[in-house]
Design a protein around this ligand. Structure first.
Ligand SMILES: C[C@H](CCC(=O)NCCS(=O)(=O)O)[C@H]1CC[C@H]2[C@@H]3[C@H](O)C[C@@H]4C[C@H](O)CC[C@]4(C)[C@H]3C[C@H](O)[C@]12C
Length: 325
């Protein structure tokens, strides 16, 4: 499972937890403006917005999991099994394979308004990247530096583009159902609850935190959707980049999956491989990994964004301890 959010305390931070039971050898990849993006059914784009994010560098082709461009538009693909449907090529449409969707949109759109325009002519096709790497069933959270976000789901009945009023996405079920489910948690609060149970019974607030007792704690996607949304909307807001980045990671880590809790096969467990976030206003990319919670930083503007070759950084995974004696 995965969780993606946009958090807007002052600047806007967009990214995700990537939860899986296998790792692909992903890296931090910057695609500079003059890297030629090739598409299976559309003409190449020789000049485009620069992009930073996590990708699998497959023979010099960036297969992005999540990314943001230099204009402050971000996009993440999350598993959507059983629902995601990709279509046959359609005449008169821009036929884009699911693995090309992130480069196509982030290469050309500066914000949600422009993304919606591009989306109106897209047909997401069922073309596989290769025989070994078949199309993944995904849906996408897309957000910009105004704090707005949308969700794109390609279901059996066609493509849906939903405005996302809460800036959060996990996995199944469909986004409108996830949003509706929040109604069940209207009584969850950061404050000490009042006794609405009965005025005839005396109840005591024997512990702090009783207002959030009914937050769902599971690893499942509905629980993470509710928890991430509650935690985000109750998070402190600061003027300070370091404090805001720190809070952003607290939100993502509050829904992270510890190894051993989500079994996918005998002796195999899904876990949060990495958490990342881009400051959409400044083009600064931050990440942590399961084994190294120290926040790592890659500033896209410190690189030559007019280059034509991918710029790749290995993810730092080594646990860091600060010994005090
Ligand atoms: C599995 C990842 C999503 C994480 C997630 O939602 N996990 C939940 C698993 S589950 O529901 O609980 O089973 C997705 C996100 C981006 C995906 C990758 C990107 O789309 C890039 C390529 C696309 C190729 O078609 C397949 C390999 C791949 C390299 C994808 C592998 C995998 O499907 C990724 C890594």
């Amino acid at each position: 499972m995965c969780t993606s959010i946009i958090f807007s305390p002052k600047d806007h931070y967009f990214g995700r937890n990537l939860d899986l039971d296998i790792t692909f050898g992903q890296q931090v990849v910057i695609t500079p403006r003059n890297y030629p993006f090739k598409f299976r059914k559309m003409p190449s784009i020789g000049h485009h917005y620069a992009i930073i994010g996590i990708a699998l560098d497959n023979n010099n082709y960036p297969l992005y999991f999540d990314a943001a461009n230099e204009m402050g538009l971000g996009m993440a693909g999350l598993n959507y099994p059983g629902n995601a449907t990709y279509y046959k090529e359609k005449e008169g449409k821009d036929n884009i394979a699911s693995f090309e969707f992130i480069p196509w949109l982030l290469g050309q759109a500066a914000n949600i308004k422009e993304a919606k325009k591009i989306l109106s002519t897209i047909n997401i096709t069922d073309i596989n990247f290769s025989e070994k790497m078949i199309a993944s069933p995904l849906h996408w959270l897309i957000a910009d530096k105004t704090g707005k976000s949308i969700v794109v789901e390609t279901d059996k009945d066609g493509m849906h583009i939903y405005d996302n009023p809460i800036g959060c996405l996990t996995n199944n079920p469909q986004f409108p159902k996830q949003l509706f489910n929040l109604n069940n948690y209207a009584d969850v609060s950061a404050a000490t609850p009042k006794n609405n149970f009965s005025s005839q019974i005396e109840l005591s607030d024997y512990s702090r935190g009783l207002g959030s007792r009914n937050l769902p704690g599971g690893m499942d996607s509905e629980s993470r959707f509710v928890r991430a949304t509650f935690n985000k909307f109750n998070a402190p807001i600061s003027d300070n980049e370091v404090e805001n980045v720190d809070t952003y990671f607290h939100i993502l880590h509050s829904v992270e999956q510890q190894k051993g809790l989500d079994q996918t096969a005998p002796d195999t467990f899904e876990y949060t491989i990495y958490s990342d976030g881009t400051n959409l206003d400044k083009g600064i990319f931050y990440y942590t990994t399961y084994t190294d919670k120290q926040i790592k930083v890659v500033d896209m503007h410190k690189e030559n964004l007019d280059a034509d070759d991918l710029i790749v950084f290995d993810m730092i995974n080594k646990p860091t301890f600060k010994y005090q004696n």
